[in-house]
Design a protein around this ligand. Sequence first.
Ligand code: NAP
Length: 454
Amino acid sequence: MTQDSQSFTPERPLRVAVVGSGPSGIYSAESLIKQAEVPVEVDIFDRLPTPYGLVRYGVAPDHLTIKSVTKAFEKTLNDDRVRFLGNVEFGRDLSREQLLEHYDAVIYAVGASSDRRLGIPGEDLTGSLSATEFVAWYNGHPDAATRDLDLSGVTGVAVIGVGNVALDVSRILAKTADELHTSDIAGHALDVLRGSGVKDVYVMGRRGPVQAKFTTKELREFGELEAANVALRPEEMQVSEAEEAAITDNVVKKNLEVLRGFGELERRDVPRTVHFRFLVSPTEILGDEQGRVRAIRIEKNRLTESGGAEGTGEYEEIPVQLVLRSVGYRGVPLPGVPFDEKAGTIANEGGRVTGGQGEYTAGWIKRGPSGVIGTNRKCAADTVALLLEDVNSGTLAPRAGSREALDTHLAAHPVYTFEDWQVLDQHEQSSGSAAGRPRAKVVRLEEMLGHRRG
Ligand code: NAP
């Protein structure tokens, strides 16, 4: 322990605000309470009443085992030194200046809530949306729950991109309502998917199968779908001997094996087909007279020597009524916090906000949208290590704030606590269980806020 770390005491602990209660926010809090060097007090803010961010609103509803990470998150949120302050929006209910006044340090862990665009004609037609929006809709995010989606007239869907998010949305579209019943998909989405007319889902990669970003476990699930076959085109699956010999990544090797295995599966008499298309780029989304998507035009590509995609000038038109672009998430700037527009992240050096005043960042808003949930644990721990380094060097010193001053500031605001969330959580689980489902999500903000302790 250094002289400077002693400026924080059990009576006046290091006060840290974490903005965002997704995995990186909660892992940041976990790292802070697990270290023994400096006494701490952590307040985690979220604009929504519900904690867990991407685990509740991003992870696919049929991947319930991934969601069991919330058990560990609960442990952190139950710690006496940690508070959850839900329904408090940074920039609306609490400004950056106010946070800097009330806390010795702030960690921004707000994830990447927006999406990247394709930049092709027709992207704004009705029926063209981002996978981010579609995921938020079926996961019951309050911002997207009221979206009016009708899949009854949709027979073809193009999913652009070959990462895990593309697999998630394709799988949800390919599954039957019975398969989805055991997931925690939002009720409104299950109803719409029950009436879905989808027959063909085209998952499109601009490069070849070797360059696809998905992980093998997620890919394998396509061989186990009750009502969907998998289709591949042999010419798009061709990998040269030299390219195959150069593969060092085991995931890529296994993905190839799984994809080739799909090619050998017997075609069953089932209503749906998931088509994996490689070496194709969308060039235009075509609309009908009402401005609704009716088809997608794609150009066939070849791989360049450097592993990029190059158009061949050969085009194809595929009839689809829904296009989901799944080409990556993008961070959104926070009011007053330095932002790197090019990277779509908060401007930072290893987690210290550039030019910040005791400000740090962790997770996707620090390093971009990559990795699995566990990746954020190390990312958050790295950030917290820098924060503690700054405590030890005396860069971070106690400020005037206190929990009482902050609570006075928010006194008139309907803060949603962890105990309130536990009431809602219990309600969702018991109403789900009555219907034979793991959970029935409450999706409207006002209704969420009505479930409170007492
Ligand atoms: P991602 O893995 O980065 O994949 C993005 C895909 O979009 C790539 O195939 C990329 O192709 C393609 N793309 C980018 N720009 C394009 C363009 N202009 N035209 C056509 N294609 C384009 O991103 P993600 O799927 O959004 O996933 C984000 C992170 O979350 C990943 O780390 C992922 O593994 C993780 N995740 C994990 C799970 C899970 O573990 N079950 C589930 C969901 C998400 P290029 O390679 O050619 O750029």
